[in-house]
Design a binder for this molecule. Structure first.
Ligand SMILES: CC(C)(COP(=O)(O)OP(=O)(O)OC[C@H]1O[C@@H](n2cnc3c(N)ncnc32)[C@H](O)[C@@H]1OP(=O)(O)O)[C@@H](O)C(=O)NCCC(=O)NCCS
Length: 400
């Protein structure tokens, strides 16, 4: 037997005003730094990147422009944007060794695991991998943002045993991605929907994956390690993988007529959570979900078929969430609820959806790494020790 510690022996856990132990489980509502990158107003459904509303950016910007904005804290002039997009286009090719690696990775791994491995290998091949200057970090950021869509499209086509489609420098970031996936240029509406999806997923403050990236960077580790760690965090179903799980949930429900029965059996009984619902910060409707929802609706009308069925299932389930879970627990549908239906309508297989989130979010992770290490302090929280100390050490032969 040992001895339990008193709270007074762990003063870092005690609130000075109340004298009580405070544990912020899940680091909820703990500010770790100041930032000028992103603001989420979770009570009024508002999201801003560098002060610009997500609605304005989704209506008027391109992903390339948003990347520039997040990196340089200003909207580019036309000339700056042309030069910047040109730089991104030049970086799209991936080395032959990485293509060979994609052919060797077992096909039954989750695409996020492929991405983790491939990004790590890209880091091994990057001659600037140890350059931690701001310029060096920006170069790596552009390199990676430009290459990740190529990794995803190549992985997709290798799996189908189809010839790889090289990046086309005449096309914008989103349009080029769909071109590399499908081997033909997308129509204007599809290209714009893909572009907007990249904008909506580009950044979201200090979420689990951004925090992972910043924790790693705060040890003065390297850029690629931080991004690989963030990919690992994003891959969980409570975070980025929710967009895959939401689609699997719609498949399980099967038809709009089955929504109520499924909800009763799975959600009301507490057996499952609605995937693509709930958020640590949003206590009202996620503004990104509203924009994705509108694209999903338009695709349902244009494409019909399964896109329409998915839309109808999602719509009906959302009604239940908004009238029941939202009323009682402030749980509303979020970005990952609707994005999958848009990706499905763009002909992209479900298992790739979290990798698209990662492709878009690499800029958010990078912006946070850059901002944090500019005035770095190693991140090192504490725990409240709830075990015993001073236990008697019994030699191994005397233990029962
Ligand atoms: C996002 C998420 C992880 C946030 O978690 P959190 O802030 O820690 O919230 P908690 O897990 O403490 O949940 C609070 C309450 O809401 C309930 N809840 C949370 N999300 C829910 C969901 N999607 N469906 C049903 N109930 C949910 C919990 O059961 C809990 O209820 P209780 O107080 O009766 O026990 C959580 O909402 C979730 O698991 N969502 C589904 C996955 C998802 O869509 N993730 C993407 C987020 S963008």
């Amino acid at each position: 037997m040992g001895r339990k510690l008193s709270p007074e022996e762990q003063p870092w856990c005690i609130d000075k005003t109340t004298g009580k132990v405070v544990i912020n489980k899940g680091v909820e509502n703990v500010c770790i730094d100041k930032s000028t990158i992103c603001f989420i107003d979770g009570f009024h459904s508002k999201l801003y990147y560098r002060g610009y509303s997500i609605e304005d950016l989704a209506a008027h910007s391109t992903y390339e422009e948003v990347v520039y904005l997040l990196l340089y804290d200003k909207l580019p002039t036309r000339r700056e944007l042309t030069d910047f997009s040109g730089w991104m286009r030049e970086e799209r090719d991936i080395p032959r060794e990485v293509v060979d690696l994609l052919c060797k990775i077992p096909r039954d791994v989750e695409p996020m695991e492929m991405l983790r491995t491939a990004v790590s290998f890209l880091g091994n091949l990057d001659p600037g991998r140890y350059d931690m200057s701001r310029e060096g970090m920006v170069r790596k950021t552009i390199r990676l943002i430009a290459k990740i869509p190529t990794l995803i499209a190549y992985w997709h086509r290798i799996g189908l045993n189809r010839e790889l489609v090289c990046p086309d420098p005449r096309l914008g970031h989103a349009e080029n991605f769909l071109y590399m996936m499908h081997g033909e240029r997308p129509d204007g509406f599809s290209a714009r929907a893909m572009d907007v999806s990249f904008i909506l997923y580009a950044e979201h403050e200090m979420n689990a994956s951004a925090f992972t990236a910043v924790v790693i960077a705060s040890t003065l580790s390297d850029y690629y390690s931080a991004i690989v760690g963030a990919i690992g965090a994003l891959r969980g179903p409570l975070h980025g993988y929710a967009n895959v799980e939401a689609m699997r949930q719609f498949d399980e429900i099967g038809s709009p007529e089955n929504v109520e029965k499924w909800y009763k059996e799975n959600i009301l009984t507490g057996k499952k959570r609605v995937m693509g619902a709930g958020h640590r910060v949003y206590k009202t409707y996620d503004p990104r979900a509203k924009i994705f929802r509108e694209y999903a609706k338009q695709f349902a009308e244009r494409r019909g078929g399964k896109a329409k069925t998915y839309y109808e299932i999602a719509n009906k389930l959302e009604e239940l969430v908004m009238t029941q879970l939202c009323e009682t627990k402030n749980i509303c549908t979020n970005v990952d609820y609707w994005s999958g239906i848009v990706y499905y309508s763009l002909g992209i297989p479900v298992d790739l959806y979290c990798t698209l989130f990662a492709a878009a979010r690499t800029i958010g992770w990078s912006a946070h790494i850059l901002e944090y290490i500019a005035e770095n302090r190693i991140i090192r929280p504490r725990l409240y020790y709830d075990g015993e100390v001073d236990k008697e050490y019994i030699p191994i032969d005397k233990r029962t």
